[in-house]
Design a protein around this ligand. Sequence first.
Ligand code: BG6
Length: 494
Amino acid sequence: MTQFPKNFLWGGAIAANQAEGAYNVDGRGLVQTDVTTGGSVNSPRYTTYIDKDGKPGKYASMGHAGGHLPEGAKYAVLEDHYYPNHQAVDFYHRYKEDIKLFAEMGYSVFRLSISWARIFPNGDETEPNQAGLDFYRSVFEECRQYGIEPLVSIWHFDTPLALEQNYGGWKNRKLVDFYVKYAETIMKEYKDLVKYWLTFNEINNTTMFLDMMGGHGTDADYQEGYQVLHNQFVASAKTVRLGKTINPDFVFGNMICGITFYPATCDPADILAAERKWQSGIYYCGDVQVKGAYGTYAKKLWAEHNVELEITEEDLDDLKNGTVDIYTFSYYMSNNVTTHEITDKVAGNFSAGARNPYLTYSDWGWAHDATGLQYYLEKIYDRYQVPLMVVENGLGAFDTVEAGGSIHDDYRIDYHRAHIKAMSDAIANGVDLIAYTTWGCIDIVSAGTGEMRKRYGFIYVDMDDAGNGTLERTPKDSFYWYQKVIASNGQDLE
Ligand code: BG6
């Protein structure tokens, strides 16, 4: 018997820039992924630009070392490149069909993000774009029609590109006000349609990836990274405070990229090294957003990289009074940490550290570790004691379409079955877990690699990495399996 409470929310999750497409439709402004090419597990995605002399160029993006826009260059869509997010899976035009399929699976919750650049195309306008507001109203109404609760990420890696280009992005304090204005606009607009809001998707990536990507980060990178985080913490806290005045029933969550860190050996030095990863990678953001103040170890982390943050008294007050109600996170894998020389290293995108001999790995090098999810849930609940949501969890894998059109993705079913059991075990141990939204309820463009063939969905989308395909939707075996799981409230996992 599994242990899911009666009102447990079951569903799936997507993000605007990875699903919607329609990148230049109805007044939408550009975002970073619109100038980012596709990559693979071995090759990075590239961000494209025109330099100050008018020459096209590109740099490796998404956390790869050394990538930045040259002085005087402007982000640009170049003619001879393919940009997978431009069309993505065209959720913008097909949301009715997709939400109907989600309803058929039995969803009680659907996590999606609002594209800031659909609402304020350049980020700094005084008036919102009505077409953008209308689009999400229609999406939320469609969800409500099926009794599906929308769970809305206000930001999912998609700051309007004009704010990056003209203001230098989140290291600039001005972004706080632009974000809060955007958040206020959508919270007022949808106050009767949306109850659950997540302020920043995987907020901790900014500095965690500096640690994970082979330690390429310079002191200047950390200075910028920690200031970006501080500005986002303030924006998040101000949004929570404001939101509660718009509708006191709103429920706010943070959103953390949840990775379980293990010491690779029982050498006490490895135990401490793993604990440091929990602090810098996981607790750093959770402590500010849930407890309302920087953790005791924060000063040490800043000192290690000579970071001097700009923090005002008012900021501290905002952080204290703008804490979130629930802790939400993504979970895909665990990582091993060691102070010893690593002889067997994990190779993949966004995976790092020593290979764990007790685990198997995906084709992208991500460890399959359901027990790591249970560990994370129990550790985090014990630390914060607020309700938790797993708002992303899934397996990126190659799928094969059989001659008759069916897709037998038993590997994906196995992955989710194990993680659902792990959630149930954590609940049995006292964790207040209230929702599970699997990642990519439908195939969408991978954030890390820009691939379509790294598929997560329970619904197959006919689209390849070069943009060929009909975009037709087909339920996979996992679709019917998840339908049974939801109908039985997690009892029938076979
Ligand atoms: C999370 C992100 O990091 O992981 C998603 O919130 C992303 O946007 C997901 O798609 C899976 O990562 P990827 O790189 O396989 O798409």
